[in-house]
Design a protein around this ligand. Sequence first.
Ligand code: PMP
Length: 386
Amino acid sequence: MQTKFAKRVTTASRSFTRTILDLTAQSSIISFAGGLPDAALFPRENIEKHAKELFKTEDNRLFQYSNASGVEALKVEIAKKYVNTPSTQIMLTNGSQQGLDLVCKTFLDEKDCIIVEDPSYLAALGLFHMYNATIKAVPLSSKGVDTDVLEVLFRDYSPKFFYTIPIFQNPTGYSYTLENRHEVVRLAQKYNVILLEDSPYEALRYDGVQTKAFADLLPELTIALGTFSKTLAPDFRIGWMKAPQEIISALTLSKESTDLQNSKFFQHICAKMMQSGELQEHTKTLIAYYRPKRDAMVNALHELFGDSIEFVVPEGGMFIWVNFKKCADSMKLFDVAIKKGVAFVPGSVFFADKRVTSYGRLNYTNSSLEQIETGVKKLYEAYNKL
Ligand code: PMP
């Protein structure tokens, strides 16, 4: 008997990254493939302290149903991240991944056009396919998007939104310059296109200075997504959206019909960690811990590969996007690298058209300094074997 799945499921491809994660979880392979934070750093003691406190101070209503938009104390803390933003313009989501889903649910009819960066976040591309969106891609460089192409796409396709990861992008680690952001803002205003700004890595800055978010440059046309997955812990599943009131109301309606609400218990812990300044302190610890890992990978790549590869040193986030110039198809390098005992993600999966590419994504946050050194050596051996 044939199971009558919806087309969106039968046409979805299994995530290649998931395959790699399964592969590397079971073996001694050094993995630069995932996008995971280092679990050794989850702030266990702070979490335990606030959880115990909650049991003392709250009665059983803590575990009761409540409203879909989230716990007020946490929304107030999140609102402070933006300029002049009341807590009513914030709503909680089960991770920013749910934020993406709710935006699709709220805005997309069949075949509606959306714009993505080329390359872009794999799980967002998969999601947009599931909503049967017409996906157009705009080239991304280390300074931002190609605004000439963006203008043509905005003009010709009237997209519902432009999905942008303007800071420490996944997979490239690139950030838009302020000039590039201003140009994107000008185009969004001219063609009335919503900017769907996804910034999960923004707090993990190792060098340079913070630039203004689209949420502050163009609040009336921006839906901003944020998350505590990279600063606190992914298991909390706490993300948020910041948008104009009318949009938040529509998104809240969508959230109600999806999962009613986030866990209040975790939201309270998160709020307490923000109110006390503990989360801000913890973020500094993360930065001090991840920066040497980034440097170790950058140095090892430079020393071993020299001019045979190209990459831009990321100022923050979790990834280095490497052009393995000698290898037109990085999938071939991946096959040899796995045999040598090291994994990364071949770049083609991040492009909307899945084109063959010489690029690959390397993660440095979830390996030790020693693993980074050994893993890059193995990768170099694989590169020379091609
Ligand atoms: N957006 C981007 C660009 C990401 O890299 C990730 C996580 N890898 C997410 C969204 C989802 O994060 P979460 O749902 O854990 O908040």
